[in-house]
Design a protein around this ligand. Structure first.
Ligand code: HEC
Length: 141
Protein backbone atom coordinates (compact mmCIF):
# COMPACT_ATOMS: atom_id res chain seq x y z
CA UNK A 1 0.00 0.00 0.00
CA UNK A 2 2.81 2.39 0.84
CA UNK A 3 4.48 1.64 -2.46
CA UNK A 4 1.22 2.25 -4.31
CA UNK A 5 0.63 5.63 -2.69
CA UNK A 6 4.24 6.67 -3.33
CA UNK A 7 3.68 5.88 -6.99
CA UNK A 8 0.44 7.79 -7.05
CA UNK A 9 2.16 10.82 -5.55
CA UNK A 10 4.73 10.73 -8.30
CA UNK A 11 1.95 10.82 -10.87
CA UNK A 12 0.55 14.08 -9.59
CA UNK A 13 -2.42 12.81 -7.63
CA UNK A 14 -0.77 13.98 -4.46
CA UNK A 15 -3.03 14.72 -1.53
CA UNK A 16 -3.11 17.59 0.90
CA UNK A 17 -0.89 16.49 3.76
CA UNK A 18 -2.13 18.81 6.49
CA UNK A 19 -3.98 16.76 9.12
CA UNK A 20 -7.74 17.32 9.03
CA UNK A 21 -8.33 17.26 12.77
CA UNK A 22 -10.53 19.61 14.80
CA UNK A 23 -7.53 21.45 16.24
CA UNK A 24 -5.91 21.74 12.84
CA UNK A 25 -9.06 22.66 10.89
CA UNK A 26 -8.15 26.27 9.92
CA UNK A 27 -4.82 25.09 8.54
CA UNK A 28 -6.50 22.27 6.65
CA UNK A 29 -9.05 24.67 5.20
CA UNK A 30 -6.25 27.05 4.30
CA UNK A 31 -4.49 24.20 2.50
CA UNK A 32 -7.64 23.29 0.56
CA UNK A 33 -8.13 26.92 -0.47
CA UNK A 34 -4.48 27.20 -1.40
CA UNK A 35 -4.77 24.12 -3.60
CA UNK A 36 -7.83 25.64 -5.31
CA UNK A 37 -6.74 29.25 -5.67
CA UNK A 38 -2.96 29.51 -5.54
CA UNK A 39 -1.87 26.23 -7.14
CA UNK A 40 -1.42 27.63 -10.63
CA UNK A 41 1.47 29.84 -9.59
CA UNK A 42 2.93 28.50 -6.35
CA UNK A 43 4.47 25.24 -5.20
CA UNK A 44 3.67 24.03 -1.69
CA UNK A 45 3.65 20.29 -1.32
CA UNK A 46 1.56 20.37 1.88
CA UNK A 47 -1.25 21.59 -0.35
CA UNK A 48 -0.13 19.29 -3.19
CA UNK A 49 0.59 22.19 -5.57
CA UNK A 50 3.41 22.58 -8.07
CA UNK A 51 2.76 25.88 -9.78
CA UNK A 52 6.19 27.41 -9.33
CA UNK A 53 8.65 27.03 -12.16
CA UNK A 54 11.01 24.12 -11.66
CA UNK A 55 13.36 25.24 -14.38
CA UNK A 56 14.42 28.86 -14.87
CA UNK A 57 14.71 28.33 -18.61
CA UNK A 58 11.05 27.45 -18.98
CA UNK A 59 9.82 29.77 -16.24
CA UNK A 60 6.92 32.04 -17.08
CA UNK A 61 6.56 35.54 -15.71
CA UNK A 62 3.61 34.58 -13.52
CA UNK A 63 5.36 31.66 -11.83
CA UNK A 64 5.38 32.59 -8.16
CA UNK A 65 7.86 31.66 -5.44
CA UNK A 66 8.14 28.05 -4.28
CA UNK A 67 6.87 27.89 -0.71
CA UNK A 68 8.44 24.50 -0.05
CA UNK A 69 11.80 26.18 0.09
CA UNK A 70 10.82 29.76 0.85
CA UNK A 71 9.80 30.84 4.32
CA UNK A 72 6.74 33.05 4.48
CA UNK A 73 5.94 34.40 7.89
CA UNK A 74 4.45 35.88 9.91
CA UNK A 75 0.76 35.66 9.03
CA UNK A 76 0.46 39.44 8.60
CA UNK A 77 3.11 39.41 5.90
CA UNK A 78 1.35 36.64 3.95
CA UNK A 79 -1.93 38.52 4.32
CA UNK A 80 -0.21 41.61 2.96
CA UNK A 81 0.90 39.61 -0.09
CA UNK A 82 -2.62 38.24 -0.62
CA UNK A 83 -4.21 41.69 -0.37
CA UNK A 84 -1.64 43.49 -2.49
CA UNK A 85 -0.75 40.83 -5.05
CA UNK A 86 2.66 39.74 -3.81
CA UNK A 87 5.08 42.39 -2.61
CA UNK A 88 5.48 44.16 -5.92
CA UNK A 89 1.78 44.12 -6.85
CA UNK A 90 2.88 43.58 -10.44
CA UNK A 91 1.99 40.01 -11.33
CA UNK A 92 0.04 38.20 -8.67
CA UNK A 93 -3.66 39.12 -8.63
CA UNK A 94 -4.87 40.95 -5.52
CA UNK A 95 -7.41 39.45 -3.13
CA UNK A 96 -7.58 35.98 -4.67
CA UNK A 97 -9.11 35.11 -1.31
CA UNK A 98 -10.64 37.57 1.15
CA UNK A 99 -11.93 37.72 4.71
CA UNK A 100 -11.75 34.56 6.77
CA UNK A 101 -10.58 32.55 3.77
CA UNK A 102 -7.61 34.88 3.36
CA UNK A 103 -6.76 34.47 7.05
CA UNK A 104 -6.98 30.66 6.82
CA UNK A 105 -4.72 30.62 3.77
CA UNK A 106 -2.25 33.03 5.38
CA UNK A 107 -2.08 30.96 8.56
CA UNK A 108 -1.58 27.79 6.55
CA UNK A 109 1.21 29.34 4.47
CA UNK A 110 2.93 30.93 7.47
CA UNK A 111 2.93 27.60 9.29
CA UNK A 112 3.85 25.23 6.46
CA UNK A 113 6.05 27.24 4.08
CA UNK A 114 9.79 26.71 4.14
CA UNK A 115 9.71 23.25 5.68
CA UNK A 116 11.78 21.67 2.96
CA UNK A 117 14.79 23.70 4.06
CA UNK A 118 14.24 22.60 7.65
CA UNK A 119 14.41 18.94 6.78
CA UNK A 120 17.12 19.32 4.18
CA UNK A 121 20.52 17.87 4.93
CA UNK A 122 22.23 20.65 3.02
CA UNK A 123 25.07 21.94 5.18
CA UNK A 124 24.43 25.47 6.28
CA UNK A 125 20.70 25.45 5.55
CA UNK A 126 18.95 27.66 8.06
CA UNK A 127 15.58 26.51 9.47
CA UNK A 128 12.69 28.76 8.57
CA UNK A 129 12.07 29.86 12.14
CA UNK A 130 15.68 31.03 12.49
CA UNK A 131 15.55 33.26 9.45
CA UNK A 132 14.94 36.96 9.91
CA UNK A 133 11.52 38.22 8.88
CA UNK A 134 11.75 40.67 6.01
CA UNK A 135 10.05 44.01 6.27
CA UNK A 136 6.67 44.50 4.66
CA UNK A 137 7.27 47.02 1.88
CA UNK A 138 5.36 50.30 2.04
CA UNK A 139 2.32 50.47 -0.25
CA UNK A 140 3.17 51.70 -3.78
CA UNK A 141 2.58 55.33 -4.69
C1 HEC B 1 -1.29 34.32 -11.33
C2 HEC B 1 -0.29 33.72 -10.48
C3 HEC B 1 -0.44 33.79 -8.98
C4 HEC B 1 -1.49 33.40 -8.18
C5 HEC B 1 -2.85 32.86 -8.61
C6 HEC B 1 -1.06 33.59 -6.82
N1 HEC B 1 0.22 34.09 -6.80
FE1 HEC B 1 1.29 34.57 -5.13
N2 HEC B 1 2.77 35.37 -6.31
C7 HEC B 1 2.83 35.27 -7.68
C8 HEC B 1 4.05 35.90 -8.14
C9 HEC B 1 4.49 36.00 -9.59
C10 HEC B 1 4.72 36.37 -6.97
C11 HEC B 1 6.08 37.10 -6.88
C12 HEC B 1 6.17 38.38 -7.61
C13 HEC B 1 5.67 39.58 -6.89
O1 HEC B 1 5.81 39.67 -5.65
O2 HEC B 1 5.14 40.45 -7.57
C14 HEC B 1 3.88 36.03 -5.84
C15 HEC B 1 4.19 36.31 -4.53
C16 HEC B 1 3.51 35.81 -3.42
C17 HEC B 1 3.92 36.00 -2.04
C18 HEC B 1 5.14 36.78 -1.60
C19 HEC B 1 6.32 35.89 -1.70
C20 HEC B 1 7.64 36.58 -1.56
O3 HEC B 1 8.38 36.22 -0.62
O4 HEC B 1 7.97 37.43 -2.39
C21 HEC B 1 3.02 35.33 -1.27
C22 HEC B 1 3.04 35.19 0.24
C23 HEC B 1 2.03 34.77 -2.17
N3 HEC B 1 2.36 35.07 -3.47
C24 HEC B 1 0.95 34.01 -1.76
C25 HEC B 1 -0.09 33.62 -2.60
C26 HEC B 1 -1.31 33.00 -2.14
C27 HEC B 1 -1.60 32.63 -0.69
C28 HEC B 1 -2.10 32.81 -3.25
C29 HEC B 1 -3.51 32.25 -3.30
C30 HEC B 1 -4.50 32.91 -2.46
C31 HEC B 1 -1.36 33.29 -4.40
N4 HEC B 1 -0.15 33.77 -3.97
C32 HEC B 1 -1.84 33.27 -5.71
C33 HEC B 1 1.88 34.69 -8.51
C34 HEC B 1 0.64 34.23 -8.09
Amino acid sequence: MIAVSALAAACGTERISVPDTAANRPFYEGAVLFSQRCAGCHTLSYAATHGSASNVRTAQANNGPNFDTRCERPVTRVLYAIENGGFSGAIMPQNVVVGKQAIDVAEFVAKYAGRETETSDTPGSVPCMDKPIGAIPPPPG
